[in-house]
Design a protein around this ligand. Structure first.
Ligand code: KG4
Ligand code: ZN
Length: 340
């Protein structure tokens, strides 16, 4: 019997109905981009309210598209960690309510592990064991993945996440929200060597990341040290493109080099990459080059499964096969301790 998966960790309200073999029978996603664009960032209160309005219609749509009825469902899965507290709450409360109303078991999913599982979903053979790199708006972490459910945290960002840096740079340049795609689009016509931005921790033997120094360096390049007011800055479109290209090159250099080193150090044959930043074209190209040169297999989900979605909640099928269900007192866990 298929399962229903629910995702509401940040600013996308999503649901999917997934068959036992991983086939997506129906899914739906309501994006909040237009609600947050005037703030050039996700406003937690606005996000939570929008989830409340959208969650039931989105679940309804996914079930209708799958041509199933609630009684056909085996379980209800929901991302309970990590994310914005208000956003997580809406998904968890909806899942628990439906679990009671429809008398279905509940499964809790770690959103970051689900991002990695999107790679397994898009691969015909097993991707495990592998190194898993999560690059999202809130996280940048490396895992040694023994199996879908046995993940060993290797390291992560000590300050900003890669996606957050994209969003902040986009805001400084007054580009559209979300920042990642906007920066990436401009970067395509820019000079990647125009600015030599820092590659923090790139040669550090640990698996940690740091992007706040890079963000500050971009700010200095735009307005100068100590200045915060971006509204008076007049930059030509070529100057903006050069800033974006040089910034993107710095982020991608760090991500590729640290992921590549983890693959070598742990002597695995594969690298999987998930999270919104994994939709980035330049990162995908550079990872491909690294995989060919170093002879490891690279699996990245298609871009629509990199950004937040409910399909990656198919990870719940793995948990169900191990009898790993959540109880009805399931609570949210907005922050994570070492990736879990
Ligand atoms: O995984 P995700 O959808 O949400 C979180 O779990 O955070 O990731 C969102 C992040 C945002 O920071 C967004 O700007 C970034 O992913 N992103 C991108 C691209 N598409 C989305 N960053 C760079 N290039 C892209 N094409
Ligand atoms: Zn995400």
């Amino acid at each position: 019997m298929p399962i229903l998966t629910i995702e509401s960790t940040c600013d996308e309200t999503a649901a999917a109905v997934i068959a036992k073999n991983g086939l997506v029978l129906g899914d739906a996603i309501a994006t909040q981009e237009t609600l947050h664009e005037q703030f050039r960032g996700v406003v937690p209160e606005v996000a939570a309210r929008a989830h409340v309005e959208r969650i039931l219609p989105v679940i309804d749509t996914a079930i209708r598209r799958a041509s199933v009825t609630p009684k056909d469902l085996e379980a209800i899965a929901v991302a309970d960690r990590p994310g914005l507290a208000g956003s997580l709450l809406v998904g968890v409360v909806a899942a628990k309510t439906l679990a009671v109303a429809w008398n279905k078991p509940l499964v809790a999913i770690n959103h970051l592990h689900a991002h990695l599982y999107a790679c397994q979903l898009s691969s015909e053979s097993t991707v495990y064991p592998c190194i898993g790199l999560v690059v999202s708006g809130g996280h940048t972490s490396l895992y040694l993945c023994h199996s879908p459910l046995e993940l060993e945290y290797l390291g992560g960002t000590i300050d900003d996440a890669a996606g957050e840096a994209f969003d902040k740079v986009a805001a400084m340049l007054q580009l559209d929200f979300p920042g990642g795609p906007a920066v990436s689009k401009l970067a395509a016509s820019g000079n990647r060597k125009a600015y030599s931005f820092p590659r923090s921790l790139m040669h550090d033997p640990k698996d940690d990341f740091s992007f706040s120094g890079l963000k500050t360096a971009v700010r200095y390049a735009i307005v100068g040290p100590g200045q915060q007011d971006f509204s008076k800055v007049q930059l030509s479109s070529q100057a903006k493109a050069d800033l974006c290209a040089s910034f993107e090159a710095a982020v991608v250099d760090v991500l590729v080099s640290k992921a590549e080193r983890a693959v070598k150090r742990h002597q695995v044959q594969r690298l999987i990459v998930g999270g919104g930043v994994a939709a980035n074209q330049f990162l995908r190209e550079r990872l491909n080059i690294s995989a060919n040169r170093n002879e490891y297999q690279l699996v990245i989900a298609p871009p629509e499964w990199c950004t937040d979605n409910a399909v990656m909640g198919a990870l719940a099928l793995e948990k169900i096969s191990k009898g790993d269900f959540a109880s009805l007192d399931l609570d949210i866990t907005p922050g994570l301790q070492r990736g879990f």
